[in-house]
Design a protein around this ligand. Sequence first.
Ligand SMILES: Nc1ncnc2c1ncn2[C@@H]1O[C@H](COP(=O)(O)OP(=O)(O)OP(=O)(O)O)[C@@H](O)[C@H]1O
Ligand SMILES: [Mg+2]
Length: 140
Amino acid sequence: MTAPWSAGEEQQLLPVARSSDVVQVRQMIRTLAQQCRLSLVDQTKFITAASELARNTLVYGGGGTVRAGAVEKGVRRGVAAVFADEGPGIADVELAMTDGWTSGGGLGLGLSGTRRLVDEFDLVTEVGAGTTVTIIKWAR
Ligand SMILES: Nc1ncnc2c1ncn2[C@@H]1O[C@H](COP(=O)(O)OP(=O)(O)OP(=O)(O)O)[C@@H](O)[C@H]1O
Ligand SMILES: [Mg+2]
């Protein structure tokens, strides 16, 4: 997936460098999800997905950024978020996406769970260069 936004659409950019940043990310995502008129259930799903990705950015990516904003595709409207880091990357994406697989002490449910919680999920990674995960939830 290339950047989900077209020219002229505004996004917000936040750092993900420490634990307290995850709280800010959740707040930003919550506000956007409300503004984009996601249902309460979908707001919660998107916030949960964003929290998991922010935590991965922090823990495995060594920190990075999240860019988020309203998104439009044809008649659909929704909210998109892009998590980017310049960490070690993921050598085996299929393995990393497997339920229960963790390289650390996690539950290994972050990536696989996130994919199920959103409408669009895209992971681009390169060993030694970093990881970028894009998620979108459409309003319905
Ligand atoms: N941004 C990232 N950079 C490098 N590796 C990552 C990144 N995100 C995930 N990974 C790798 O993918 C694995 C699976 O991630 P996932 O979020 O599914 O599980 P977890 O973080 O280990 O546990 P949980 O999220 O359930 O607490 C991680 O253990 C890590 O090895
Ligand atoms: Mg995780």
